[in-house]
Design a binder for this molecule. Structure first.
Ligand code: CTP
Length: 400
C-alpha cells in the first residue's frame, strides 16, 4: 500500500478525482491531494481535505513568515505521483519542467516517473503540441493512462474523456514495482463448478466467486501477475487481471494443471463438485410420469490433492476448507496434511453472515507457520490476510 500524491488540475473532470481518491483509499493507499488554482474553481479543496483526512496542497506559499518547503516534503513522502485529471496546460508545464505552482514544483522535486491521466477536448488532445509534450513525458518514463472516447463536456464526441477512475487505480497498481508480490505469478480458482445433468440442468453450488475476486484484486495491487480460473462467476472483472473460464470440475482441473508450471502461487478458492452425473442426457430429461428419478454420480478428480502430489518446486499451494460445526477446524487441519497444501483457509459455513454469497467472511489460516484467526471481516480484508500468509510462505521457500 502506497503513499500516493494525487495532483488535480483544472478541467471539468476534476470532480472525477473524488472517485479516484476513494478507490485509492479502498485499495489501502494513503492519499495526499495537491490542486492547481484552476482545479479549485471546479471542486472545493474542503472536499478533498475531508475525504483524504489531510491538508490539501494549494500553493507554494503558506505563512510567509515561516520557512516553507512543502513541495519538497510532498515529493519526498510520495511513493506514487499521479495527476488525474491532467489538463493540456499541466501536461505542457510538466513537459517543460516549469515550477510556477505547487503541483509542478512537486513534480520537479519528485524523483520517480509520474503517472498522468489526461482529460481535455479532442482537438486539444490531438494538437501537435499536446502530442509532443506527452511524447516528452513518456520518454522520461511517465505512465500515461490514456483517455477514453465518448461525449465530452462541451458536446463534442471523440478522445479526451478522463479514463475511468477504476482504470486509473488499476494503472497505479500495475505501476508499482514496490508491491510485496511483485514479479510473482499468482493463479486463483474462483466460483463454483456446474456439472451438467442434461442440456439445460446442472448440479451446482452457491459459491459467488467473491472471495476469489477479492484475492485477485489484492494480489494485483501487490504487484503480482494474476490469472483467475473462473467457474461460473458473474462479477465485474478487474483491469490488469487475466481471466479464463472453466465451467465444470473437469475443465477447471485441466486449466489448473496447465497453469501450475508457470505459477508461484496456486490458490484453490473455487468450490469444486466432488461428484458429477455419470452420464449427461441428450436434450432434456423428461418426467414421463416417473415418480422418482435416480441419477448415478461419479467422483470428480480432487484437483487440490492432485496438485499437491506434483513436485512443489518452491510454489505455494493454498486450499480452502468450507466446513460446518464444531469439528470443522480439526477436519481443516487434517485436510492440509491429506492434500499436502501449504496453507488451508478454513471457513465455518455454519456461522451466520459469512461464506457463500455474503460480503464478509471469518477465516482461520492453517499453515506450517501456525494458525491465525481473522474474526469477522470483509472478504477484501480476509484476502489481504491470506496473501500476507502466502507472502510469508514464499519467503520461507525462497530461504530454503
Ligand atoms: N477441491 C478440489 N477438487 C475437488 C474438490 C475440492 O480441488 N474435486 C478443493 C477446493 O478448491 C478447496 C478444497 O479442495 O480448496 C476443499 O474443498 P472442500 O469442498 O471443503 O472439501 P472436500 O475436498 O470436499 O473435502 P474432503 O476431501 O474432506 O471431502
Amino acid at each position: 500500500m502506497a503513499e500516493v500524491l494525487l495532483g488535480v488540475s483544472g478541467g471539468i473532470a476534476a470532480y472525477k478525482a473524488i472517485d479516484v481518491l476513494r478507490l485509492l483509499q479502498k485499495d489501502g493507499h494513503r492519499v495526499r491531494v495537491v490542486m492547481t488554482r484552476s482545479a479549485q474553481r471546479f471542486v472545493g479543496p474542503a472536499t478533498f481535505a475531508a475525504l483524504s483526512g489531510r491538508d490539501v496542497g494549494l500553493s507554494l506559499f503558506g505563512d510567509e513568515t515561516a520557512p516553507d518547503y512543502r513541495h519538497l516534503e510532498y515529493a519526498r513522502e510520495a511513493e506514487v505521483m499521479l495527476i488525474a485529471p491532467a489538463t493540456a496546460n499541466t501536461i505542457a508545464r510538466l513537459a517543460h519542467g516549469m515550477g510556477d505552482d505547487l503541483l509542478s514544483s512537486v513534480a520537479l522535486a519528485y524523483p520517480g516517473p509520474v503517472m498522468v491521466a489526461p482529460a481535455m477536448n479532442t482537438r486539444m488532445w490531438e494538437h501537435p503540441a499536446t502530442r509532443a509534450n506527452l511524447a516528452t513525458l513518456e520518454a522520461r518514463g511517465a505512465t500515461i493512462v490514456p483517455p477514453g472516447h465518448g461525449v465530452l463536456a462541451d458536446g463534442d464526441v471523440g478522445a479526451g474523456r478522463l479514463a475511468s477512475p477504476a482504470d486509473i487505480v488499476a494503472a497505479v497498481a500495475a505501476h508499482r514495482p514496490g508491491g510485496d508480490l511483485f514479479g510473482r505469478r499468482v493463479v486463483i480458482t474462483a466460483g463454483g463448478t456446474r456439472e451438467p445433468l442434461d442440456a439445460v440442468r446442472y448440479l451446482g453450488n452457491r459459491s459467488s466467486g467473491r472471495m476469489g475476486w477479492a484475492l485477485a484484486h489484492d494480489a494485483r495491487n501487490r504487484g503480482a501477475t494474476v490469472t483467475v480460473l473462473a467457474a461460473n462467476v458473474d462479477l465485474p472483472r478487474d483491469e490488469g487481471v487475466t481471466y479464463h473460464d472453466a465451467a465444470t470440475a473437469e475443465e477447471l482441473g485441466r486449466v489448473a494443471r496447465a497453469a501450475w508450471n508457470d505459477a508461484d502461487v496456486m490458490i484453490m478458492c473455487a468450490a469444486v463438485a466432488d461428484y458429477r452425473p455419470r452420464a449427461v442426457a441428450d436434450g432434456k430429461i423428461d418426467k414421463s410420469g416417473a415418480p422418482e428419478l435416480t441419477i448415478a454420480l461419479e467422483r470428480t478428480e480432487d484437483i487440490l490433492a492432485r496438485l499437491g502430489e506434483l513436485p512443489r518446486g518452491g510454489r505455494v499451494l493454498v486450499g480452502f476448507a468450507a466446513e460446518a460445526g464444531e469439528d470443522g477446524l480439526r477436519r481443516a487441519r487434517d485436510k492440509r496434511l491429506r492434500k499436502n497444501a501449504d496453507l488451508i483457509v478454513h471457513n465455518d459455513i455454519s456461522r451466520a453472515g459469512t461464506g457463500f454469497g455474503s460480503e464478509e467472511n471469518a477465516v482461520t489460516l492453517i499453515s506450517s507457520r501456525g494458525e491465525t484467526e481473522s474474526g469477522l471481516r470483509s472478504k477484501r480484508e480476509c484476502a489481504r490476510l491470506i496473501l500476507d500468509e502466502v507472502r510469508g510462505l514464499l519467503g520461507e521457500t525462497a530461504a530454503e
